[in-house]
Design a protein around this ligand. Structure first.
Ligand code: DP6
Length: 327
């Protein structure tokens, strides 16, 4: 197929916030997770990626937000393209042009939208027809959380038994429940430690086995809370799940402390607000920023309260988003 010249496609994907977290792999290479996870896509945040396979290119090129990438970032993209080239059985190099409309590496899991968009664009550019399930499996290989950015709305990524059945599907569409993710930026510094390193370190924590063993219970509680639109049940399980993730990171070898003092201050404030009747709950990924999930009717009041906390740099509001799609 080396006489195909150039083939191009563009895709858009949203990052997602995990309500039940993915942390630790049982197969690092295939990114088969220790436990299933549940998330919500974030509509206002997106990554747009154009992939052009071109027989004239001597090597892959990856431009992110206007900056030509090299080293690890380029290698990870190239390896992902290799998977797609392998399926198609052809070998042209590609030019990947990607733009995020939000800051990368601040705990908003930019790799999820990145690998979801890259997968959809590269699969289309190479002329392969693929079902959502298989796009999700493939995106998973680039970044685990990217599996969840393929379907829309509220999404569950099943742990599965193998590569064949570890993929994500939508458990409720984006308009099923009017929730808001108030993303509280307390730091836009580049992450000290990547999620990939965190996953690898997790099994050294004695807490990890308990976290994983209890995962099916938390998944069921979260799935039911979404299906019933039961905010207090959701609040309880997502805060516990987030705390379990951080208990693991803090007791991994090496230990990773993602929180800043202001992170804890926000966590305490959110719990006080909830006691006072405001439907808000926190969840924190691999970084110091806090995602305050609330019912949409309360988003302005929650935002104003958050902005009053010293150390809060910005609050971005995001709502349930649609699936990854061609753009
Ligand atoms: C804390 O999907 O970013 O955000 O597979 O190595 O790319 P890689 O890791 P990644 O891990 C996400 C970790 C998390 C929790 C979650 O999104 O489930």
């Amino acid at each position: 197929m080396d006489n195909m010249g150039s083939q191009t496609a563009t895709a858009i994907a949203h990052p997602n916030i995990a309500f039940i977290k993915y942390w630790g792999n049982r197969d690092e290479k295939l990114r088969l997770p220790m436990n299933g996870s549940i998330s919500m896509n974030l509509r206002e945040l997106s990554t747009r990626t154009m992939v052009t396979f071109d027989t004239a290119l001597p090597r892959d090129i990856f431009d992110l937000n206007g900056v030509r990438q090299s080293g690890e970032a380029l290698k990870r993209v190239s390896e992902h393209l290799d998977l797609i080239r392998g399926i198609r059985g052809y070998s042209p190099r590609a030019h990947v042009l990607s733009e995020n409309n939000y800051p990368a590496d601040v705990g908003i899991a930019s790799s999820a939208a990145a690998f979801a968009a890259l997968t959809v664009a590269a699969v289309r550019a190479s002329g392969i027809e693929m079902a959502e399930k298989d796009l999700s499996r493939l995106a998973r290989r680039g970044s685990g959380s990217a599996a969840r950015s393929i379907p829309g709305g509220f999404v569950e990524w099943m742990r599965g038994n193998s590569d064949a059945d570890s993929y994500a599907h939508s458990i409720a569409t984006h308009d099923y429940w009017q929730l808001t993710d108030c993303i509280v930026l307390v730091s836009t510094d580049k992450k000290k430690s990547t999620s990939t390193e965190g996953h690898a370190a997790a099994s050294a924590s004695p807490i990890q086995a308990g976290r994983v063993q209890d995962a099916e219970r938390r998944l069921a509680l979260c799935r039911n809370a979404i299906q019933q639109r039961d905010f207090s049940a959701l609040a309880e399980v997502i805060e516990q799940d987030s705390n379990l993730l951080h208990a693991v990171t803090m007791t991994s070898l090496p230990a990773i402390y993602y929180w800043l003092p202001v992170t804890l201050e926000i966590m305490n404030s959110v719990r006080d607000w909830r006691k006072a009747g405001i439907p808000a709950a926190f969840t924190i990924d691999a970084g110091p920023n806090v995602h305050v999930i609330c019912e949409k009717n309360y988003e302005e009041s929650v935002k104003v309260r958050l902005q009053k906390i010293s150390g809060v740099q910005d609050v971005i509001l995001a709502h349930p988003g649609e699936p990854a799609h061609l753009g």
